[in-house]
Design a protein around this ligand. Sequence first.
Ligand code: ADP
Ligand code: 5GP
Length: 208
Amino acid sequence: MRPEKLGILLIVSGPSGAGKSTLCKELRRKRPDIHFSVSCTTRPPRPGERHGLDYFFISSDEFRRKIGQKAFLEHAKVHSNYYGTLKSEVMGRLKAGEDVLLDIDVQGAMQIRRNSRKDRLLSRCIETVFVGPPSFAELEKRLRSRATESERLIRERLDDARKELEFWNEYDYLIINKRLGEAEADMIALLDVLHKRTIRLKDSGFYE
Ligand code: ADP
Ligand code: 5GP
């Protein structure tokens, strides 16, 4: 018997440098059926980032147009740039039983959680995970060693991190990314166990 299911909407947040992208990449490698929701952003691409794979890199005008068209499930200003999750990346897939992975900031996560209270599909699919660093000093070290931002932007991200860290207990799950291998295993175990939840089963005729 293969019951019909809705997909999981796995929302991953945490301060910049905590290791979200690293953990999401490994989760996608080990569980390739999950769809990574590609966000729109007005920030410029980093070396190696590709349009349509990491982000849709768009202008502020285009971003505003998409807000007007109500194309976003959520959008927010994060570290001086705009970021938004496209409904088209998410809703149809969940309905069709496909899991969707979102790497978004706490403002975006809280917006979706709020909206999910009056949306039957979202309320059954949403699961939220906060990825935290083992310490603030380690977060700073990681941001510096990643070396993808200027000193000014690192400072800005660290200031924002202090505020973001206060939100950890708004999330369903907390993964502290201390030893990478352990945190990766936690993410995979979490996704596997979330597949067992009855809330996403389409219940008609399950035992007929
Ligand atoms: P985020 O997506 O949360 O901003 P990244 O995944 O880009 O963070 O990770 C920030 C930096 O820290 C990267 O250089 C990454 O390789 C490194 N990193 C991630 N996890 C760990 C870990 N457990 N221990 C040490 N370094 C890590
Ligand atoms: P980065 O610029 O390092 O890729 O991402 C900066 C922050 O923006 C991260 O916290 C990331 O989770 C968040 N982010 C990425 N895409 C989105 C999105 O679509 N919406 C929101 N609200 N945040 C996002």
